[in-house]
Design a protein around this ligand. Sequence first.
Ligand code: NAD
Ligand code: WQD
Length: 342
Amino acid sequence: MKETILVTGGAGYIGSHACLALAEAGYEAVIIDNFANSDRSSLDALQLITGAAPIFLEGDIRDAAFLDSVFARFRISTVMHFAGLKAVGESVAIPLEYYEVNVGGTLEVLKAMQRAGVRSIIFSSSATVYGDCKVQPVTEASPRSATNPYGQTKLVVEYMLEDLCGSDPEFGVASLRYFNPVGAHKSGVIGENPRGVPANLMPFVAQVATGQRPYLNVFGSDYETVDGTGVRDFIHVVDLVEGHVAALKYLKSHKGFTPINLGVGRGVSVLEMVAAFEAVSGRKVEYRLCDRRPGDVAASYADPANANALLGWRAVRSVEEMCADTWRWQQHHAARNAAAQA
Ligand code: NAD
Ligand code: WQD
């Protein structure tokens, strides 16, 4: 019998890639999602890649009765909790929705786990919990703070998980602090599919390369970095989800709250990323240097030593692979959209 993992938000960008990693590692994934920021196409794509229809139940993590029915129907060993809202700008405009889904929804998931006797969870935390940390790279012991409501929700959930572990010695939490996930599965049929104007760098760059947008606004060229533009720890999404499978194994023998950075450990600037994308795509990515984006930090990158030591995991995919896989997905996606509109 395969071990069964509940994947909340499994129709989304990272969750869908996690389902593939789980299938490859011999686990059964049960996906729940309310399609707030996704649709069935990722589920169809999972079937295309694996040859089997994913187990999927449409529902909301804020719905306790729904969650109870899922735990009653499947023998879940661990929850991978991806479901949530993630747009920083939107979180400033509608903070209560962010608290309701990210904090309230997580609370419901944890209470349902308690009712079902499930005591193991992998939480999608974020480098955003390090706020504007001046000392880089950040370790898990770096001070935590938040610069926006989205970041606050991740912090609150981390505190909630720590308190839960304090109350129950059998509870195990891996709080995986993602840096900047980019790229897509090699098949090119699943990837990041933002609605409207992309807020993040890579989807925007990809849309400039396909001609959907005329140019990239480069937010800030006067930072104290290698070329004046922002520096981030971009990590291939497939490396990221492999880190989750490693965390599953870790939780078998480790209880308590363990925060772990998932990053490459190397900073890459915005203009370095643009150049890498141009090289792999053969397309020109026009850009304009503009003012800094409010709330941005100059540089953010991980010290991934804990992930190496505790999980036996390290990111192995290159910036070129991140760009090539984003480009393959973008072309597939643009072709699919064009066909749908024809
Ligand atoms: P995503 O939006 O693609 O996926 C999230 C999924 O959760 C979506 O399919 C959405 O429909 C679903 N969802 C939202 N609200 C729900 C609800 N109330 N009930 C059930 N399902 C719901 O986002 P992603 O990039 O895959 O991010 C996954 C997780 O990782 C999020 O928690 C996010 O905050 C975190 N994270 C993401 C990044 C990043 O850059 N992508 C970085 C750090 C952390
Ligand atoms: C990267 C760099 C921008 C867009 C965000 C969240 C963080 C996490 C990951 C969830 C910065 C520059 C961007 C553009 C640009 N998400 N940029 N032009 O801000 O590091 O992190 O996503 O947890 O919480 O804050 O990622 O991709 O938005 O920006 O010049 O059109 O690209 O200024 O230097 P960020 P990003």
